[in-house]
Ligand binder design. Structure first.
Ligand SMILES: NC(=O)c1ccc[n+]([C@@H]2O[C@H](COP(=O)([O-])OP(=O)(O)OC[C@H]3O[C@@H](n4cnc5c(N)ncnc54)[C@H](OP(=O)(O)O)[C@@H]3O)[C@@H](O)[C@H]2O)c1
Length: 280
């Protein structure tokens, strides 16, 4: 297949580029080559590639900044999704998109959110990402939308590596104990994307590493694997760590559709974290 990957320099995009290039012809672009909010540029560029699939890993992901740059958040996370859907339709290409656990409000506090549970995003980021889901579903009805969460991977800043680095250097860090979610490794999201495309799947899929934890427990596990000093991790509450955008306190996802359709490739979050911190 010929695959166009947008957001190719991002955390997930870099991994998709690496993995998909083993078996496919891959063209990766980021904002310097193709600004996906520029509808005309998207329509001019895509026919030059003539892709069989467009995978959109581009997004405005700075959650707090989205509160200040609201129009830009909706331009990148929603309007641009329509631009890419139109281009995919014109090329006869599949469309793959990524969304977030932040479409939920986190009031649930037990079990995991399933794909059909009602959304209620708290932040501009979450609202704009949900608007992007609506665009993808409406304009490319056979698109694949993977809702992922708490992503980390090699290169660039990520929470797991930062905790490992700080605790092995003996620096004290303060981590919230009252936010719960699913740490998810980009390599597993990439493998899951590939298998969904191969299976001819469509629709929304919760695609997170299995199990869940608090951000504090995630930090403890990262420090333990990296051989850092776990005593340097000080538990705090969200009230002690104010952030501009509201975060859901409990955004655990259940990969219900993946499991039920027997398409699941995701493994427990501790295994993925171990592999990331010891292999890369
Ligand atoms: N990171 C997480 O914890 C997390 C959690 C849940 C869901 N997700 C979703 O997973 C997907 C991948 O996230 P990620 O962490 O890999 O994001 P990322 O590292 O921020 O990468 C996004 C990429 O998109 C680029 N981009 C931004 N605006 C663009 C535009 N107008 N045109 C073209 N490219 C543009 C960014 O460039 P610049 O860096 O120059 O802006 C960046 O290279 C996103 O859909 C995100 O919403 C992420």
């Amino acid at each position: 297949m010929k695959i166009l990957i947008t957001g190719a320099n991002g955390n997930l995009g870099r991994r998709l580029m690496k993995d998909f290039s083993h078996e496919h012809e891959v063209v990766g672009v980021d904002i310097d080559r193709l600004d996906i909010t520029d509808r005309e540029a998207v329509h001019r560029f895509t026919p030059q590639i003539n892709p069989d699939a467009i995978i959109n890993a581009a997004a405005f992901t700075a959650v707090d900044k989205c509160e200040e740059e609201v129009d830009l958040a909706y331009a990148v996370n929603a309007v641009a999704v329509r631009n890419l859907c139109e281009a995919a339709n014109n090329a006869g290409a599949r469309f793959v998109h990524y969304s977030t656990d932040f479409v939920f409000d986190g009031e649930r506090m037990e079990g995991g959110y399933r794909e059909f549970d009602p959304v209620n995003p708290l932040s501009i980021y979450g609202k704009s990402k949900y608007a992007g889901e609506v665009e993808a579903t409406r304009h490319c009805p056979n698109s694949i939308i993977l809702r992922v969460a708490w992503l980390y991977g090699p290169g660039g800043w990520n929470f797991s590596d930062w905790v490992a680095e700080q605790t092995t250097q003996g620096n004290e860090i303060r981590i919230v104990t009252d936010q719960f979610g699913c740490p998810t490794w980009v390599g597993d999201v990439s493998a899951q994307t590939q298998s969904l495309l191969e299976a001819g799947a469509s629709g929304i899929y919760h695609s997170v590493n299995t199990g869940s934890c608090s951000r504090y427990d995630w930090a403890l596990e990262a420090a333990r694997i990296a051989g850092g000093d776990v005593n340097k991790i000080k538990p705090i509450t969200s009230e002690e760590f104010p952030q501009k955008a509201p975060r859901p306190k409990y955004s655990v996802l259940d990969n219900f559709y993946l499991k039920t359709q027997r398409l699941e490739r995701m493994r427990p979050w501790q295994e993925a974290l171990q592999a990331h911190l010891t292999d890369s």
